[in-house]
Design a protein around this ligand. Structure first.
Ligand code: ADP
Ligand code: MG
Length: 683
């Protein structure tokens, strides 16, 4: 009964409404979910010593006869049951157990099997709150390896263990979706057998990430992930669009307007993009490049060429400040062309929003730059030919699919991301996209120095800042990061600003979460124009802001930022190739990992290296922003540990015949990938 896998867990032996509710809180809804909740470890109960061979600290299964009870009448003192075998004695110690229960479980003079960790108390052996007590006629089968699960509050570990191992033992054999020969080659068992074995291990290693059973299940998850991306890609490739008309003349024209020469990497990326635009397939391309690698100009050129072939462009960025900056930058470079550029953010006045919407519909706007507000339902483009999404890492896969459906068949999509993506994650997160990479930055950052200082040295740092400013440098100062309410955050930022204003000899400005848009822009503009020498801010400067004359950044509470974020922040300076400085201030609350992170920052300025290290430190988690977008990570596979399985899955998928996919239906359903296809199908 294959479909049984997808029936509610209420049908599982041992699960009533109460336990069902607890499991559902952990996203365990059907039997498949239950079975895929793999053990977090195992307990070895195979050690069966006689009582004269006990070893302290070892989990032991012993066959003994209870001979004496002791139930102290004083509160908090544990009950004891003295037991013996033919060689010696041991005490079983019970906290919080009722007398009746103990007497019932351990009747005097009848042999029982006990399992638990042996300890020594007042030079006598004892087992405290044993995990297992059975009469010997029922209990012989506890001398084995048992699976152990992450605790779920409200369900006892013993109950949990029993539910899982019983259910795994009960599943029926499925027709396997992988070829027999492949399974044989890998020495893998069938899906059901692997599930059975991992919930009912024979060896302690069976539950480990590298066991044959675990790897088989991890591979399934990986394969289903790649399969679905492949499917999305195929469906997108089937879409026919009208190729964009892009002439050499236009390309030369826009190249001349750029105030510098493109680097080779930039040229190659632009070529990829132009080729895609001219083809009859919809472009779905990631443009990845470290902070400061010069992605914006590529977006600008692509937008220009798109407009020249009579289509509109939408550019979406995560913050208003960034939208404004791009807007000004585009206006500036495309000044003497007849291209109409507009800015639309959540804060654009309603009246103006209406005008913009009207113009957009009538094809009077060529390039619209803005935040999320670009993709509200009421916004209609007349001929949307290109969507560019900057700093894409804040979006998840589903959001991305939704977005690409917003346009028409003729809409090309570019995602620009500054989070360098390790190869495994490219496979898992962008399997549906093509990738272009700017590897080398226009300026090398050999002149960047990173220092790590305790916050106690604040005065020294302020002196340094004064000295830099005297030398015409501009600085970013990132305020302490606090978990508190917006109001307290605000106060922290203002307090820091007041202090710095007193101690810094040049003009400085403040930007924080509640600064009004106009004020923010004014401060930013003053900063870019050099009227103020320093910006004190909360992390709003994180993404994208570009002021080539600012070459020093101070980051307070640096230990509380993730590596990717620190790298982004630091990427604000050293953009002109000038000498640049980054000072990471830490507080006494710094953790061991925090220290490691800061050291990585000090040692390297290579975004790819940093993100690989980040991955190692954190493990696979929210590195690509899955967490922010609320999408679920892999539940079994570990993209770092199992990277070999990713390669294997990729190769096998490439070999797979087109019409051979139906056999994976159950696999996709088990991992809930079928839902993603539904989004595409229903739009
Ligand atoms: P990011 O990739 O982080 O978005 P930007 O596009 O903001 O980087 O570019 C960083 C800075 O480098 C900008 O000031 C930009 O004008 C400049 N820049 C980009 N490409 C080049 C180039 N080929 N030569 C010189 N400067 C460049
Ligand atoms: Mg950028």
């Amino acid at each position: 009964m294959k479909n049984d896998l997808f029936s509610s867990i209420i049908n599982v032996k041992g699960i009533g409404p109460k336990i069902k509710k607890k499991l559902e809180e952990k996203n365990i809804l059907n039997k498949a979910d239950l079975l895929l909740n793999l053990p977090s470890g195992s307990i070895d109960r195979r050690f069966c010593p006689k009582l004269d061979q006990l070893e302290i600290g070892k989990i032991s299964t012993i066959f003994v006869i209870p001979i004496k009870y002791s139930f102290p009448r004083i509160r908090n003192l544990p009950s004891r049951v003295t037991c013996k075998d033919e060689y010696s004695k041991i005490d079983l110690v019970f906290f919080n157990s009722r007398e009746n229960y103990i007497k019932q479980m351990l009747p005097l003079n009848e042999e029982v099997v006990i399992s638990g960790k042996v300890s020594l108390y007042k030079s006598k052996y004892q087992i405290t709150n044993p995990d297992y007590i059975r009469t010997t006629d029922k209990g012989t089968n506890i001398q084995k390896v048992m699976s152990r699960y992450s605790s779920i509050s409200g369900i006892s570990d013993k109950t949990l263990q029993k539910i899982f191992s019983d259910e795994a033992n009960n599943i029926e054999e499925l027709d396997d979706w992988h070829d027999k020969s492949f399974l044989e080659k890998m020495k893998w068992l069938s899906w059901s057998q692997s599930i059975k074995r991992i919930h009912n291990p024979i060896e302690t290693d069976d539950v480990n990430k590298n066991s044959l059973y675990y790897e088989r299940l991890a591979y399934d998850e990986i394969f289903s992930n790649l399969l679905i991306f492949n499917e999305i890609k195929k469906r997108i490739e089937k879409i026919k669009k009208i190729p964009k008309q892009i002439s050499k003349l236009e390309i030369d024209g826009i190249t001349k307007k750029i105030p510098f020469n493109l680097t080779n990497d930039q040229k190659n990326c632009l070529d990829d993009i132009i080729k895609d635009m001219k083809s009859e397939r919809k472009m779905m391309r990631v443009l990845q490049g470290d902070v400061g690698s010069g992605k914006t100009i590529i977006a600008l050129m692509a937008s220009y060429l798109n407009c020249k072939s009579n289509y509109q462009t939408a550019i979406m960025v995560p913050t208003e400040i960034l939208a404004t900056q791009h807007y000004k930058n585009f206006k500036n470079i495309l000044d003497k062309t007849n291209i109409n550029i507009e800015l639309l953010t959540g804060k654009t006045k309603l009246k103006n929003q209406k005008i913009i919407r009207e113009k957009l519909k009538n094809n009077k706007i060529d390039i619209l730059i803005g935040t999320h507000s670009l993709f509200q339902d009421k916004i209609e483009f007349s001929k949307l030919g290109l969507i560019v999404i900057d700093e894409q890492h804040k979006f998840g896969v589903k959001q991305r699919i939704n977005l690409s459906l917003k346009g028409t068949n003729n809409t090309d999509v570019i995602l620009m991301t500054a989070t360098p993506i390790p190869r495994t994650l490219v496979l898992t997160n962008y399997g549906d996209m093509n990738i272009s990479t700017i590897k080398k930055k226009p300026f090398s950052n050999n002149n960047l120095t990173t220092l790590i200082k305790p916050i106690q040295k604040l005065d020294e740092v302020i002196a340094f800042v004064n000295q830099r400013m005297d030398n015409e440098d501009q600085i970013y100062w990132v305020c302490p990061l606090i978990d508190e309410s917006e109001k307290l955050k605000l106060m922290a930022a203002i307090k820091r600003f007041e202090l710095l204003k007193k101690k810094i000899n040049h003009n400085i400005g403040l930007i924080h979460g509640s600064t009004k848009k106009e004020d923010k822009e004014e401060v930013m503009q003053d900063f870019i124009d050099g009227k103020i020498r320093g910006i004190i801010s909360t992390t709003v400067i994180e993404v994208g802001i570009d002021n080539p004359n600012a070459n020093t950044i101070i980051i307070e509470n640096a230990e509380r930022f993730g590596l990717a974020q620190l790298h982004q922040l630091r990427g604000r300076v050293g953009r002109s190739g000038n000498e640049a400085n980054c000072i990471l201030l830490y507080s006494s609350a710094i953790s061991e990992t925090g220290k490691k992170r800061l050291k990585i920052m000090k040692d390297s300025n290579d975004g790819f290296y940093i993100s690989e290290e980040d991955l190692k430190l954190r493990g696979y988690g929210d590195i690509i922003g899955y967490q922010q977008s609320g999408e679920k990570n892999f539940i079994i596979a570990d993209p770092i540990y199992h990277s070999h399985l990713f390669e294997l899955a990729k190769n096998n998928l490439d070999l797979l015949e087109q019409n051979n996919k139906s056999k994976y239906e159950i696999l996709l359903k088990i991992f809930k990938k079928d839902r993603i296809l539904n989004i595409i199908d229903t739009g």
